[in-house]
Write a protein that binds this ligand. Structure first.
Ligand code: CTP
Ligand code: MG
Length: 167
């Protein structure tokens, strides 16, 4: 596979996961997924940063991206399914990241380098791989380029006043 194809295909494929991970902040959710519950360690299961509204937004817009792509490329139903898996995986990965952060006593919104940048994309890849055979070069490319892109887009969201923190 030549480099241009690798770059374009990888970005096109992971885009629904990026969208699913970025739009929840716009939902301004008020209903935490953990219902405000804490673990025996005294800290929240996930915290107020993971809401049902956020999940809904992520799933909706992530899947929508795949449907639009599918309508352009053909096989809309298949792409809708794949993007739904990517969005679900991204949201679950992000929640597992939050669960780990709370267990490590890292407050909601406080940075956890590497974990914050990769939890959602690893989740998305694990959810989509059983249904879409990505080449190992694509998996590697996605894992390498996601952290800098994530840092940049979060910084932009912070500058635009959408996020409270630049990470
Ligand atoms: N968000 C949401 N529901 C989700 C995921 C995110 O409502 N399932 C919203 C929250 O308002 C969250 C914001 O999107 O604050 C940014 O997401 P993220 O950076 O992942 O959350 P943090 O606030 O950093 O919280 P955590 O430390 O738990 O990751
Ligand atoms: Mg965060």
């Amino acid at each position: 596979m030549d480099l241009t194809t690798l770059v374009i295909q990888s970005f096109a494929l992971i885009l629904p996961a990026y969208i699913a991970n970025s739009v929840p902040v716009l939902a301004r959710g008020k209903h935490p997924v953990d219902f405000g519950a804490s673990m025996p360690d005294g800290r929240r299961v996930l915290g107020d940063g993971k809401t049902f509204e956020g999940l809904l937004f992520g799933l909706l817009f992530g899947t929508l991206a795949g449907i639009v792509g599918g309508l352009l490329l053909g096989e809309a139903a298949y792409f809708a399914f794949l993007s739904c898996m990517l969005a679900l995986g991204a949201l679950v990965g992000d929640m597992i990241g939050a669960f780990i952060k709370r267990r490590l006593n890292i407050a909601r919104g406080a940075p956890a380098p590497v974990l914050d940048q990769l939890d959602f994309v690893v989740g998305a890849l694990l959810f989509v791989l059983p249904f879409y055979p990505l080449a190992w070069e694509q998996v590697l490319f996605i894992i390498v380029v996601t952290p800098p892109i994530h840092l940049f887009t979060n910084f932009m969201a912070y500058k635009l006043g959408l996020k409270a923190n630049p990470w």
